[in-house]
Ligand binder design. Structure first.
Ligand code: UDP
Length: 330
């Protein structure tokens, strides 16, 4: 009864692996190490360096390791990059996911948990946004994930594969025990960038857009702690194992912070000031997106434990310092 974690050497995937191990599960990781790190996978966990779209490889893994569930994280996740290079997103996030799902069906895997995104909603009509909102992604990243949601829905109807789609809002923070964190050197995500600016690892940072129809003109997002996010996957796994039907859930705290709120919090927690440049809008960004989390609480009994921006920022800062001290490891 092994669980295959694709992207298990990456930011969220590595936290998932730790959570699964803590729960006594058997885990195997498939990761091409394009943005992940070998050191992020505990040495006793089998790490297969390869492509999750490689049907021959995946079929062999599923067979040889007697995989019973797949948690699929591996993906490209940067909105502006998807605007500049959409075909790479459709190949990596969509076409290769089709191959992975095909392998799962062929191997009669019953449980599949998929990392989707709030970006499938685009610019929602109202916030907090519920899962029933019309999906209208405004960037190729969101569309590349939406296609996979649709594939899973169709496949669940036609086969025995049941799935939980988790639509992540803005994931941040680090393992409270300091075992993993966001480690991509050229990360573009807000909290990571702000933390690097606070620690002097970059000269300052930009705010992309101050003319949005929001409280302070900057974009609002729902920042969720990575540990609460991986906990949602554990809840999803339990749900599927108990026979629950396929399901789509938002994962967020139902609370929005603006870009300026986040920068203020980072400055306050770090106790430093750093240069912030008010810049123009970034392509593909919705003004506001905040999760409704009623469904995940009622169906998966998800109980977040780290719902606090200050804690998220403090742990992100701690991790960034730790990462800086270990530079040079692969
Ligand atoms: N953002 C910013 N400066 C940065 C990075 C991000 O102003 O250096 C803004 C970005 O335009 C968006 C929000 O922060 O409004 C969250 O962006 P991020 O890339 O973290 O996540 P996304 O919501 O795009 O998945």
């Amino acid at each position: 009864m092994t669980i295959l974690v694709t992207g298990g050497a990456g930011y969220i995937g590595s936290h998932m692996v730790l959570e699964l191990l803590d729960a006594g599960e058997q885990v195997i990781v498939l990761d091409n190490l394009s943005t992940g790190f070998r050191w992020a996978v505990p040495s006793h966990v089998p790490l297969i360096v390869g492509d999750f779209g490689d049907e021959e490889l995946v079929s062999r893994i599923l067979r040889e390791h007697q995989v019973s569930a797949i948690i699929h994280f591996a993906a490209k996740i940067v909105v502006p990059e998807s605007m500049a290079d959409p075909l790479t997103y459709y190949l990596n996030n969509t076409a290769k996911a089709r191959n992975l799902i095909a392998c799962a069906v062929a191997a009669r895997i019953e449980h599949f948990i998929f990392s989707s995104t709030a970006a499938v909603y685009g610019e929602p009509q109202s916030n907090p946004v519920s899962e029933d909102e019309m999906l209208k992604p405004i960037n190729p990243y969101g569309r590349s994930k939406w296609f996979v949601e649709m594939m899973l829905e169709d496949v669940a109807r036609a086969t025995g594969l049941r799935h939980v789609v988790l639509r992540y809002f803005n994931v941040a923070g680090a393992d409270p025990q300091g075992r993993s964190g966001q480690s991509t050197p050229d990360a573009t995500h807000l909290i990571k960038v702000a933390v690097q600016a606070a620690l002097g690892f970059r000269p300052g940072m930009d705010v992309f857009g101050t003319d949005y129809p929001t409280r302070d003109g900057s974009c609002e997002r729902d920042y969720i702690h990575v540990s609460d996010l991986v906990r949602a996957h554990m809840d999803a796994l339990r749900y599927l194992r108990a026979g629950g039907p396929s399901l789509v859930c938002n994962v967020g705290y139902q609370k929005g912070y603006s870009v300026l709120d986040v920068i203020k919090m980072v400055k306050s927690v770090a106790g430093v000031d750093f240069p912030v440049h008010l810049s123009g809008r970034r392509a593909g960004d919705p003004a506001v997106i905040v999760a409704s989390n009623a469904r995940i609480k009622s169906t998966l009994n998800w109980q977040p434990q780290h719902n606090d921006l200050q804690t998220i920022v403090r742990q992100a800062l701690d991790w960034e310092r730790r990462l800086h001290n270990r530079r040079g490891e692969d």
